[in-house]
Write a protein that binds this ligand. Structure first.
Ligand code: NAP
Ligand code: 8YV
Length: 327
């Protein structure tokens, strides 16, 4: 851990997984203090904690009120990822701390993943790959997939930056799209449903791409899955918390819906065994944005928000809950 005596130095806590773009991205006047997780943070000396002015949260580690309260001089929390449900933004707003996230730079990558996951789930690509590797193709053709995009209608749950990028891909694939969100999205011509159950009744495919947190907790529950019906396919690239996982497992087991493609889970990295043994699910380890190109761009934005702030400029991507005035 570096000591910091000089006045013009800026002490920054790097909290979460180590990343070359972040670790090597700061000029010499930044003094970095790196801690991978909460247990690790227990070793942080109190005199260093008292000097920390900026925090980079480099992965899905919790920055809750108790954690943030240890750093009373914090001016800015620069968080990796567009979702920031792991950061206590209410505490930050109440303590004059600006929070930034990494929107836009991952939008197209996550939309690509959502489409890939949808097609892999509906057309059973993973099952077909296993079939070929097991040598079954030499004796019998792979069975026709019961699912197809050709006779489907998609209900987007969330129509923000990423939702709109997914909808553009579905438009190009000639798949009809409607959406649910609390308010109609500006400039979007697809039909808006203020009520999620009503939308689920009218479609056979849901793609979840909302933030996590209390307002979306178990938004997709047993009633929504029942309304979706036996041809139903659920794709979740939002947060595990957005879906009632127990209700989803029951719905997949008893045929209430047909299949699911999941990139996110309620208790990551733990995934229920009940899902792992199912043939009608495709499971990804939260990789929607996880290419080298996109993750580097996200890491760079984490660095740039801190650099701008400590150069006296406005941060590039503050979250709406902590707007910046007077810079
Ligand atoms: P965004 O532009 O802020 O869009 C969020 C959308 O969700 C908006 O349409 C919003 O509309 C809707 N929404 C918010 N709260 C809602 C609620 N309670 N009920 C219904 N709809 C609600 O965000 P984005 O850039 O598209 O990112 C969306 C989310 O995707 C992130 O927050 C993150 O959770 C997830 N994500 C996951 C991955 C991954 O690796 N799997 C990667 C990137 C992002 P209203 O405000 O009108 O309701
Ligand atoms: C990251 C994400 O995988 O941006 C988000 O909201 O979920 C992902 O891009 C996540 O932040 C993991 O650190």
């Amino acid at each position: 851990m570096a000591a910091n005596a000089a006045q013009d130095k800026v002490d920054v806590l790097i909290y979460g997984p180590s990343k070359p773009v972040i670790d090597g991205g700061f000029p010499a006047n930044f003094v970095l203090h790196k801690f991978e997780n909460q247990r690790d943070l227990g070793r942080l000396a109190s005199d260093v904690a008292a000097r920390i002015r900026g925090i980079a949260v480099t992965g899905l580690v919790q920055a809750d009120a108790a954690m943030l309260a240890r750093f009373p001089k914090t001016e800015i929390v620069s968080s990796f990822g567009v979702g920031y449900d792991h950061i206590d933004s209410k505490y930050a707003a109440g303590h004059n701390i600006v929070v930034t996230n990494t929107p836009d730079v991952l939008t197209e990558e996550v939309a690509d993943t959502a489409l890939g996951l949808l097609i892999a789930t509906v057309r059973e690509f993973i099952k077909a790959d296993r079939y070929l590797r097991a040598g079954h193709w030499t004796t019998q053709s792979f069975p026709l997939s019961p699912g197809s995009l050709r006779d489907r209608k998609v209900g987007m749950v969330g129509m923000g930056r990423i939702g709109q990028a997914i909808a553009r891909r579905l438009d190009a694939s000639l798949v009809p799209v409607v959406y649910h969100s609390r308010n109609p999205a500006e400039g979007v011509s697809h039909k808006h449903y203020p009520n999620l159950i009503e939308m689920a009744k009218d479609v056979d495919t849901l793609i979840a791409i909302t933030p996590g947190g209390p307002s979306t907790l178990k938004l997709i529950n047993a009633d929504v899955l029942k309304a979706l019906g036996p041809r139903g396919v659920l794709i979740n690239v939002a947060r595990g918390s957005v879906v009632d996982e127990e209700a989803l497992i029951a719905a997949l087991k008893d045929g209430t819906i047909m299949a699911a493609g999941l990139d996110v889970f309620a208790n990551e990295p733990q995934v229920p065994d009940a899902l792992k043994v199912m043939q009608n699910v495709v499971l990804l380890p939260h990789i929607a944005s996880a290419s080298v190109t996109t993750r580097n761009a996200m890491d760079q934005l984490v660095v740039d928000n801190l650099k701008e702030w400590f150069a006296g400029k406005p941060p590039i991507t503050p979250i709406p809950e902590t707007p910046v005035k007077g810079r």
